[in-house]
Design a protein around this ligand. Structure first.
Ligand SMILES: C[S@@+](CC[C@H](N)C(=O)[O-])C[C@H]1O[C@@H](n2cnc3c(N)ncnc32)[C@H](O)[C@@H]1O
Length: 186
């Protein structure tokens, strides 16, 4: 009897995990670009954050499944981390990740253009090129002076970066992905 109960329980867990995996994959394929920031550039972002001694808030605009945001909270526990994505499925999985890893990240399911960024000290984006002109305008209007913006791969048209950090591997350099552009709001 106990072994039957155990088998049914195990089968139910496997079915639930499979459904979760299926939802994750369908969302990933149908809702577009959800690649997390690579390992090397993540370390560069850690360095940039470490240099901002007075920073209290970090915003990941378009956080996907929260991979970067959760790691940043783990590395900088005193930082208030806000991670925003318009995909509800992505935010759902991001919250599960943060819960399992016991990291307190403020996940928000919203369009980044509807989020007030006036309190942001550091903003990070790894977004598609077409969104950048409108985002540049929003950040120039809302951010406080001295705020740092780091964009990955896509950059702003008019705003000049104070630093560019190319990825170390030649393959990424060739296709021009994972270069970090660092901006400071005047
Ligand atoms: C490449 S992923 C970001 C990965 C994440 N920043 C990381 O490094 O782990 C880009 C995400 O931006 C989200 N996104 C794109 N446009 C958005 C918008 N206007 N508002 C909110 N999220 C957006 C997409 O849903 C996608 O999950």
């Amino acid at each position: 009897m106990i072994s039957l109960f155990f088998s049914v329980f195990l089968a139910a867990i496997i079915v639930i995990l499979f459904i979760f995996w299926l939802i994750f994959m369908v969302d990933s394929v149908t809702r577009g670009h959800d690649l997390p920031t690579g390992r090397n550039q993540r370390k560069e972002i850690f360095k940039i954050i470490s240099e901002q001694k007075t920073a209290q808030t970090f915003y990941d605009l378009g956080c996907a499944h929260g991979a970067l945001a959760v790691r940043i909270k783990g590395k900088f526990p005193a930082l208030s981390v806000y991670a925003i994505d318009m995909g509800s499925v992505r935010i759902f999985f991001a919250k599960i990740r943060a819960f399992v890893l016991r990291k307190k990240v403020n996940f928000i399911c919203a369009d980044i253009f509807n989020v007030d960024l006036s309190q942001a000290d550091i903003v990070y984006t790894y977004l598609w090129y077409d969104i950048m002109p409108a985002l540049e305008k929003k950040l120039q209007k809302e951010l406080k002076p001295g705020a740092i913006v780091v964009t990955n791969t896509s950059s702003f048209l008019n705003w000049k970066p104070i630093k560019e950090i190319a990825p170390p591997d030649k393959a990424s350099q060739k296709v021009n992905i994972e270069t970090l552009f660092v901006y400071r709001k005047e």
